[in-house]
Design a protein around this ligand. Structure first.
Ligand SMILES: [Zn+2]
Length: 322
């Protein structure tokens, strides 16, 4: 996966900050501790002396082997003595070590030259933030969904859909199924898909949301080098996020490029088992006409379909809900 250079520098800066904080805190913890327990400082001094002696030995002696072996033994002995001192005084044996955010890589971002999970996690989170930056995620919550705006004939059905979405968000995991939200404009598809996204984010998953128009536009600009983000993160991000929400599919300018992109996204995410939420006012046969049979069948056979019914509730509300 590739990331934009701004994402990488932000992630590196975060790691460096974590590392520095952990080490600074450990340093002052140790200073305080040695003030209170000078004996510990003595063991520590002896320990560092073994290192100094070892260097001197290597530089000066013809055959320092035996001497270095004995220094190694001393070194281990003092290390054990430090631990023993701490536990004897009621502290954990790593009490004076830096409390790194990530123990595996000690906040360097790498373990034996391989990128650490914590670094990957940061990159994912930061690039998702970058991509969803203009979205109204915080504006749509389940609590604000108003069922009273629907006509009586649609109320029961919409209440079922609402409850379904609440449950979907509640039981969400990375390998849950995808949703195909179908219905006319103004019935609350965007509201409910964003409410799901907001809940899922609270659970710690990464979400990318975009209207089809913005989303494909961004990928296209990246692909053809006209992007403000030339490293091409959107393209990879669309595949790797825990949830991808494509809003208003069919409202974008459909080209051969968008058709093949859409197929790639739908197909790859299904193969990986990652959920995607698509909202659209395209009926089953229109999906096929607008895109192609392969895309339509992937969505229709693999996504759970929710039919939104009723009249455009924006007329009642006079706000943009969908
Ligand atoms: Zn790490």
């Amino acid at each position: 996966m590739t990331y934009s250079s701004s994402t990488v520098s932000k992630a590196l800066a975060t790691l460096a900050g974590r590392k520095e904080k952990a080490e600074e805190e450990a340093k002052s913890r140790k200073e305080e501790f040695i003030k209170a327990h000078p004996e510990y400082g003595e063991i520590e001094a002896k320990l560092s002396q073994t290192g100094v002696d070892a260097i001197k030995a290597v530089m000066g002696c013809k055959d320092p082997k035996e001497y270095i072996e004995s220094l190694k033994k001393d070194n281990l002995k003092f290390q054990e003595a430090k631990k023993a001192f701490l536990t004897a005084n009621g502290f954990d044996e790593d009490y004076l070590e830096p409390a790194y955010h990530c123990k595996k890589c000690k906040d360097t971002g790498y373990v034996e030259g391989v990128i650490c999970e914590c670094f990957e996690e940061l990159l994912n989170k930061l690039s998702a933030d970058e991509l969803s930056v203009k979205t109204p995620l915080q504006l749509s919550r389940f609590e604000d969904f108003d069922l009273s705006l629907y006509r009586d004939s649609a109320k029961q059905k919409m209440s079922d859909i609402y409850n379904f979405c609440v449950e979907y968000a509640k039981t969400f995991d990375r390998n849950t199924y995808s949703l195909y939200m179908f219905g006319n404009t103004g019935l609350g598809k965007t509201h409910l898909s964003l409410a799901i996204a907001a809940e899922v984010i609270k659970k710690g998953y990464s979400v990318v949301y975009g209207s089809a128009h913005d989303f494909f536009g961004m990928i296209e600009r990246e692909r053809f080098g006209r992007s403000e983000n030339p490293d091409g993160t959107t393209g990879e991000t669309r595949i790797n996020r825990d949830v991808l929400v494509i809003d208003d599919l069919g409202a974008e300018f459909v080209t051969q490029f968008t058709v093949s992109e859409l197929y790639y996204i739908v197909d790859t995410r299904l193969a990986k088992g990652y959920p995607t939420i698509i909202s659209t006012n395209l009926k089953a046969d229109e999906l096929e006409k607008t895109y192609n049979e392969r895309i339509a069948s992937r969505i229709l056979y693999n996504y759970y379909r929710l039919d939104f019914i009723g009249n455009d509730i924006r007329q009642a509300l006079d706000v943009n809900l969908d």
